[in-house]
Design a protein around this ligand. Structure first.
Ligand code: FAD
Length: 287
């Protein structure tokens, strides 16, 4: 339960953080809220020789509107997301999901950047980023680039981040006015990671689904965008048959681990139920 020895660095700019990370290579690791990394270090599942703390970099903080998108700095905490009027108004599904992450103590420290960059299939924010069509801004020794969230996740704890790169911000297109949304998360107890969770963002027109996106959490090594499931409900009034079609299409792409949260078949089954519940609740909220 005691981490290995490490040196602590606190750069004041993104450029300095990138320089340190690139210089240390595999020996260096960015530190954000520390609520995923420090437990891993205590268990000796990670033993970085150098921690590069991002807290001193003001440019990584904040939430701002940029035309049709909301831009969130990587070091914005989950608590700050919950306190933001802009998030509550423009991206209410983020507010709903952030409230389901752990407990207030974790949310005060845990950042959105750490949550999406970690590549942990159990983290809630990545599936939301896929559902919302988010883009990640990365900065490294080779300069800046943008990666769609849908192209970022390559395996458990394996992402598109190159050595020396850090995530600086996330840009999320604001869904259409009157959209419906829901994040349904089944967990064993308050503060737990998802056994299965589904995010839905949709628009309705004349009682039928006009557009829909569905994301899945902890039902594979990576977050999933359930495109066939979303297609199964477009043009329907979410009758029982179309809900079941969506659940079956979503289950077809799930490959959860069999672990303390349940065996594979159980998790796929409840994953389908999360999809159906999220669709119904999102539709009930749509204008
Ligand atoms: P850190 O732990 O500091 O970093 C995590 C990883 O991301 C590290 O590898 C780090 O190098 C890397 N990293 C961090 N920031 C950047 C960056 N800007 N650029 C590049 N790499 C970066 N999360 C959920 O989603 N749902 C839950 O239900 C949940 N339950 C939890 C329960 C407990 C008891 C605890 C302790 C944590 C829980 N978490 C949960 C995780 C929590 O949300 C973490 O805070 C979050 O996943 C990681 O964010 P962090 O800021 O703490 O990152």
């Amino acid at each position: 339960m005691i981490p290995g020895p490490f040196s602590y660095h606190r750069p004041a700019t993104v450029a300095d953080a990138v320089k340190l990370l690139a210089g240390f290579g595999d020996e260096g690791r960015a530190l954000a809220g520390g609520h995923s990394l420090v437990p891993m270090m205590k268990l000796r599942l990670a033993s970085p020789a150098h921690l590069i703390d991002l807290h001193g970099i003001a440019a990584l903080k904040g939430i701002r509107r940029d035309g049709g998108a909301v831009v969130i700095g990587a070091m914005t905490t989950q608590h700050e997301l919950l306190a933001s009027g802009e998030i509550a108004q423009s991206l209410p599904i983020l507010h709903e999901a952030a409230l389901l992450i752990a407990d207030p103590q974790v949310r005060y420290r845990g950042t959105i950047g750490g949550n999406v960059a970690n590549g942990d299939p159990g983290n809630d924010m990545p599936a939301l980023m896929l559902t919302l069509g988010a883009r990640y801004r990365l900065e490294g020794p080779g300069g800046e680039r943008e990666v769609m969230a849908s192209e970022f996740y390559q395996g458990a704890y394996f992402t598109a981040l190159e050595p020396g790169e850090i995530l600086t911000s996330i840009s999320i297109p604001v869904p259409a006015a009157g959209h419906g949304y829901a994040y349904e998360k089944l967990k064993r107890k308050v503060g737990d990671y998802a056994t299965a969770a589904a995010a839905v963002v949709l628009t309705m027109a004349a009682g039928k689904v006009a557009a829909c996106a569905i994301g899945l959490t902890n039902l594979s090594e990576t977050p999933l965008l359930a495109s066939d499931a979303a297609r199964a409900v477009i043009g329907t009034s979410l009758d029982t048959a179309s809900l079941k079609n969506a659940a079956a299409a979503a289950a077809a792409i799930m490959s959860p681990a069999s672990d303390a949260r349940g065996p594979v078949e159980y998790r796929k089954h409840v994953g389908g139920i999360m999809v159906m519940r999220a669709l119904q609740r999102a539709a009930s909220r749509a204008a």
